[in-house]
Write a protein that binds this ligand. Structure first.
Ligand code: ZN
Length: 144
């Protein structure tokens, strides 16, 4: 006995409301953010703050890709940065376009343009206090 393959008329859709369309669009933007944090731009694969591999959050304030630990530190800055989880949140078009135009490479030029590795050191990612001080120098005092 053969199993009859189901070849119905298909879901058909029909009457897709504006809300469904908006949800579909936000899904597209979320995927775009994941792509940005993935392979498309090499600089975004490592945390912008501590250079740790694997990014899980984005800093909407400056447009960078960061790790979980640093996202918490960025939230604690004064004024706090807006961070969003790449996989848990939905993104709007302006946010994604902003991230697309920034990314870690561009942020490096903005926030670390004057950074000199000979006189300043990037903190060890295992030392949260050091990383926090580094972030305060970077964003609150705009040292570099
Ligand atoms: Zn980090």
């Amino acid at each position: 006995m053969m199993m009859a393959t189901k070849k119905g008329p298909g879901p058909g859709g029909g009457g897709a409301g504006g809300k469904a369309e908006a949800e579909a669009a936000s899904e597209v933007w979320c995927r775009r953010v994941r792509e940005l944090g993935g392979s498309s731009q090499a600089g975004n694969r490592h945390c912008f703050e501590c250079a740790q591999r694997g990014v899980t959050y984005v800093d909407i304030t400056v447009g960078s890709f960061v790790c979980t630990a640093c996202s918490g530190l960025l939230r604690g800055l004064n004024p706090p940065h807006r961070v969003k989880s790449i996989s848990m949140t939905t993104f709007t078009e302006p946010e994604v376009l902003f991230l697309q135009s920034r990314g870690n490479e561009v942020c490096r030029k903005i926030w670390l343009g004057l950074f000199d590795a000979r006189t300043s050191i990037v903190p060890d990612s295992r030392d949260p206090q050091k990383v926090k001080e580094f972030l305060q120098e970077k964003y609150e005092k705009k040292r570099w």
